[in-house]
Design a protein around this ligand. Structure first.
Ligand code: ATP
Length: 368
């Protein structure tokens, strides 16, 4: 019987439990044994009780649970070959040679590296006397499939990452709550949302809540952003709006690569010589990651989890490591490293203030 392990890694995102549930049940449905690796790569390195066999009923009710019930962690040991060597040994000892990883670009990079190194890791384990040659014989190839779990929607090649719509829904809900009090007191609110390199959450929240002004990393404001924002806000106020909402992504920048902070925006809106608005800052923080997944993320997690099991069973030593994407509403397999590479280059392009390149890379299409 084929043994397939599932893990969640990196930052948590709503929908990860749906992924685990779908993978466990699909694996069992396909006649395989399903395993969960607890605490991401840390669990793979630790072995023992961190790697557990899962039954159908073990994931009952998981679709409506927030976070990840099998835990996630950052694991320093897995960055280094000795850590990956121990992880490989633990996989063999548990009879696992197929791994599904749900995480961000870092987790997927680690996965690709692990797969590429697998044959040499096994050779090293045998030559060091850690395992016998017969023990590794059935596990010569490691099949890995990635699923993208992230609230940021920051991976190229897929329309949505698992969790981004839940986070967006939570932000919209929070902005609605704030709007009620803003309107009552005729106040302005500067709302900071997550997104260091990717402004998708801030942009979509701005659209979905009808914010007055937004700041995102990919479209830095030019030198007269202060004037622009004040003009827009003043115009809206003159039209009778009693509230002002400005949404700012964590990584918001100006044209020169300088950070635009919520305090800078607040001071401007509150300036007595200007608009003089009673202005407050709200940093939404970790509420954006929490809570249960919205219907879209549950659907995405389930459909992609099912596809991931199929992909890991169909993979051959010749196939490239893939991740499961959604493109124009279709669940598809795409080469993992191209997408991870593009995500890294987007971040680099933003740091270098080459914003046109960043946007072009974000839109890059990959096919299998
Ligand atoms: P998020 O988008 O939330 O940051 P992520 O998956 O990108 O998620 P990381 O902290 O970058 O989060 O990676 C998670 C784990 O994956 C790391 O702690 C490490 O164990 C492993 N990992 C990341 N990058 C590599 C790499 N280049 N080589 C080996 N392992 C890696």
């Amino acid at each position: 019987r084929k043994k397939i392990a599932i893990m969640t890694s990196g930052g948590d995102s709503p929908g990860m439990n749906g992924v685990v549930r779908a993978c466990v049940r699909m694996a069992i449905h396909m006649g395989c044994d399903a395993y969960c690796v607890y605490e991401g790569y840390e669990g793979l390195v630790q072995g023992g009780n961190f790697i557990r066999k899962m039954e159908w009923h073990d994931v009952r009710g998981w679709l409506s649970e927030g976070g990840t019930l099998i835990g996630t962690a950052r694991c320093m040991a897995f960055y280094e070959r000795p850590g990956r060597l121990v992880a490989a040994k633990n996989m063999i000892l548990n009879g696992i040679d197929a791994l599904i990883i749900c995480g961000g670009d870092g987790s997927l990079t680690g996965a690709d590296k692990f797969r590429a190194e697998w044959p040499s890791l096994l050779d090293e384990l045998v030559s060091a006397g850690e395992l016998q040659a017969e023990q590794i014989e059935p596990y010569k190839h490691l099949n890995i499939v990635g699923l993208v779990g992230s609230i940021d929607n920051d991976l190229s090649g897929t329309d949505a990452t698992i969790g981004c719509y839940s986070s967006l829904a939570r932000i919209c809900y929070a902005v609605d709550l704030i709007e009620a009090t803003a309107s009552s007191h005729s106040r302005a609110f500067v709302i900071e949302v997550m997104g260091r390199h990717c402004g998708w959450l801030a942009l979509m929240a701005g659209v979905a809540t009808g914010a007055d002004f937004i700041f995102i990393p990919e479209k830095p404001r030019d030198d007269n952003w202060r004037e622009d924002m004040c003009n827009v806000v003043e115009h809206h106020r003159k039209m009778g709006k009693r509230k002002t909402i400005v949404i700012i992504a964590e990584g918001a920048l100006d044209r020169h690569g300088n950070k635009i902070t919520p305090t800078m925006v607040k001071d401007l809106l509150a300036d007595k010589d200007g608009l003089g608005l009673d202005t407050r800052i709200t940093t939404l923080g970790h509420v954006q990651r929490g809570g249960t997944a919205v219907a879209y993320d549950r659907m995405l997690a389930t459909l992609q989890g099912v596809e991931a099991v199929k992909a890991v069973l169909e993979a051959t030593p010749e196939t490239k490591t893939c991740f499961i994407a959604i493109t124009e509403n279709k669940i598809v397999r795409k080469p993992l490293m191209e997408a991870v590479q593009a995500a890294k280059e987007v971040a680099k392009a933003i740091e270098m203030q080459d914003f046109d390149r960043a946007m072009a890379l974000r839109d890059t299409e990959f096919s299998e």
